[in-house]
Ligand binder design. Structure first.
Ligand SMILES: [Zn+2]
Length: 138
């Protein structure tokens, strides 16, 4: 089985091992070039400092959206609340594209970040769509 660069996801036999600090633990990763090593280190540092904001962003979006949906269920069928849930989690994903380690292993961190952005955009789109449908604007 050929191994993949953890940053760009390229399969090559020319990988070298690097040590990364994440959540106070040292993790071993394999990259194909020093360019990929720099980018991966920057990303891991970013992820390490922002993972709290990411979780908070998700929790607040869902909580606020849920409350708004309940309060306004007779006004707009909960449309605005549902929009807040989707758009809030979507915006969080775009700002902090911290996807699962499984995705990183599969696509490389670079691809995983892109998939985080795409997911975020889809979420916002779904939010707008459900808002329109629930409020009965179409
Ligand atoms: Zn690479």
């Amino acid at each position: 089985m050929t191994k993949k660069c953890l940053w760009c996801g390229k399969s090559t036999s020319q990988l070298f091992k690097v040590q990364l600090q994440f959540r106070g633990k040292s993790e071993e990763a394999e990259v194909c070039s020093s360019g990929c090593e720099t980018k991966l280190r920057d990303f891991v540092r970013y992820a390490d400092t922002h993972i709290k904001h990411y979780i908070i962003g998700f929790v607040i979006s869902i909580l606020v959206g849920f409350i708004v949906a309940l309060l306004r269920i007779s006004v707009d069928g909960g449309g605005l609340g549902v929009f807040i849930i989707f758009a809030g989690t979507g915006a969080t994903l775009i700002k902090y594209p911290l996807v699962t380690p499984q995705t990183v292993n599969l696509l490389g961190a670079k691809g995983a970040i892109a998939s985080g952005w795409i997911l975020g955009i889809i979420n916002i789109f779904l939010g707008i769509l459900s808002w329109i449908v629930l409020t009965g604007k179409i």
